[in-house]
Design a binder for this molecule. Structure first.
Ligand code: ATP
Length: 340
């Protein structure tokens, strides 16, 4: 049985169904990202796991212990669940050491334990500082030390990196990942940032409109979305009407290899990085419309002769001006989804 299980969990706010029969299983010791667009219900699900919101239906179990169902509600302090908030929620008038001590259970050997926790997060030298005297990354480490002080079985993070300056975010992410592995704790973090989820988590749960739609490794989620909505949310994809037959799809982007479990009318999903520019005469004729330049690569918008716009990502070595005639071909195997 999984370590954390959310089964058919529902939460409504008035007429808004924030979480709609969500199911999620997290294994012991794993680091899972709950990823989804703004408003999909991920923070609400996290807050129900922590015990800050009461579900309207469903059950939540941790380590085979029922935390919630229609009759049972375990209060947050008795769940063995720690939470690191988006704004870190440190007490501004307390030193680093006192902030961490706040999380300790009564009767613990406090001074020694605070020292150990600050050592763990690499802040022993800053114990007498106040939160406003710390960088964002340091504040986050204090928040983690405080959450770990209560020896939780599960650590939850709500958008943990969104308050950090982009220039340090990557480094802090790597530090947090390393720390979580070192402690060996099970961790769930909520994010709307797909790059963050794909790069940090061992498994990603994609939530859309209140439901967990797919759970898998970052690679599975990206390469094998099980439904159109997941494919459309992760990465950049073009969707084109297509006829599917015998592992091939015919579409306005030509004929391509496809993986599909149906035949007939559907839609192909072609990732922007899977469209190549090829010599004219061998590909589908198109016209360059515009380019977004990112330095390491660029995202081009191209108009097919059918009038449809598609986007393709490519290197920046060769500049192609808007208006230029080009030809396109799809490389690799596309995915297809039945028309809803
Ligand atoms: P974001 O990434 O923008 O934080 P989210 O996926 O975490 O979004 P939630 O904060 O869980 O989404 O919100 C889900 C839905 O529930 C939204 O439509 C939101 O407006 C609504 N909602 C959340 N909390 C409340 C509340 N306390 N009262 C009323 N509606 C709420």
């Amino acid at each position: 049985m999984s370590f954390l299980a959310c089964r058919d969990v529902v939460k409504r706010f008035g007429t808004v169904v924030a979480v709609d029969h969500a199911n999620l299983e997290v294994e012991r010791g794993e680091m899972l990202a709950l990823l989804g667009p703004s408003g999909c219900g991920k923070t609400t699900l996290l807050r129900m796991i922590a015990g800050f919101e009461v579900p309207d239906a469903g059950e939540i179990l941790l380590d085979e212990r029922l935390l919630n169902n229609s009759r049972v509600f375990t209060p947050p302090e008795r769940r063995r669940v720690g939470m690191v908030f988006q704004d870190f929620a440190l007490f501004p008038h307390m030193t680093v050491a006192k902030n961490v001590a706040f999380g300790l259970p009564k009767g613990a050997n406090r001074a020694q334990r605070v020292g150990e926790l600050l050592d763990l997060v690499g802040l022993e030298g800053l114990r007498e500082r106040f939160p406003h005297e710390l960088s964002g990354g340091q504040q986050q480490r204090v928040a983690m030390a405080r959450a770990l002080a209560a020896e939780p079985a599960l650590l939850l993070f709500d958008e943990p990196f969104s308050n950090l300056d982009p220039s340090i975010r990557q480094r802090v992410r790597a530090e947090v990942k390393q720390l979580i592995h070192q402690v060996g704790i099970t961790a769930v973090f909520v994010t709307h940032d797909q790059e963050e989820a794909l790069s940090l988590a061992e498994r990603v749960a994609v939530m859309i409109q209140g439901r967990v739609r797919q759970v898998g490794t970052p690679r599975e989620i990206y390469m094998h979305p099980t439904e159109r909505a997941v494919g459309a949310f992760i990465g950049e994809a073009n969707f084109l009407p297509a006829q599917i037959s015998g592992a091939r799809a015919e579409s306005e982007l030509g004929s391509m290899a496809v993986r599909a479990d149906f035949e007939g009318a559907g839609e192909v999903m072609v990732r922007s990085e899977d469209i190549d520019i090829v010599p004219s005469g061998v590909g589908i004729a198109a016209e360059m419309v515009g380019v977004e330049y990112f330095g390491h690569d660029m995202l081009a918008t191209v108009r097919l002769d059918s009038g449809r716009l598609v986007r393709l990502r490519r290197g920046t070595s060769e500049a192609i001006e808007p208006g230029a005639r080009i030809a396109l071909a799809v490389n690799g195997t596309a995915l297809a989804f039945p028309v809803a």
